[in-house]
Design a binder for this molecule. Sequence first.
Ligand code: URA
Length: 300
Amino acid sequence: MPLTLDPELRRALAARIRYYNEMGIYDFYRRPPSDREGAVPISVDEEEIAVSTNQPESGEEMGPRKAAAVAIQGDENIFDLIALKPEQSVSDPVKALKIIREDLGDCTRCVLHKQGRKQIVFGVGNPAAELMFVGEGPGADEDEKGEPFVGRAGQLLNNMIKAMGIEREQVYIANIVKCRPPGNRTPEREECATCSPFLMRQIAVIKPKVIVALGAVAAKTLLAMNASMMQLRGRFYDFRPAGVRVNDWSNDPRWDGCKLAVTYHPAFLLRDPRQKGEAWKDLQMVMKELGMKAPGKNAH
Ligand code: URA
């Protein structure tokens, strides 16, 4: 049954659930009806959202995951709210991306914030792009400018995009991690895991038709699988952003995920230009999927 909660209430409940998540409480269960007698109806007033946590006995260590009982009267299902993000009550993708950026704030969630980053590199491009490119993480130039792919690898990415017959401004470009890893090292798994939920939310807002993962870090993080580039390339994957509900709660019920293709990272192609032909094959596969025609000659 479709839910009819007002957006303010949804946001309030989602914020409440995030608050519990931040305290280490992830698992919620619904009390059986007999326990729910006298439960209060849900309302924007926080006091009326009946959530009882399993508090530890005195002296007991708080485990990493605790459960909370949620008592709700009526047919509303709070479990549908758990994965609801604040931007999902907004239909304008520009505003929705702004909400995600605000949520990110001056992020200190992982160690990268204290390892010399100058600024957070959020993402750039068309907020309603059909095609999205995802790299690994900002380098020195990106850290300086606050925009992904503006250095040498960015120049090559721009040429790859041009070769497809489109402009950089038509696509959306982002990275798995939004802060520069020191010395351009590969981001750690923990850093990717901490940062990528924000990228997943960006993807759910942009609702692309195709995502191109640039390199192994992007591919493995987005697909949550461990495989070599050789195994990962050459096919499409069905992709849905992890941790974000798409379709039923989203303001575009027609978007139910997209295709994802993997190709070489432009920085790798700068080191080994002989692989450019292979990357071009990947991009041609993407163009076919999007019904695009390359202009006369490719520019890479
Ligand atoms: N490499 C990346 O993966 N991302 C950038 O933004 C720049 C270089």
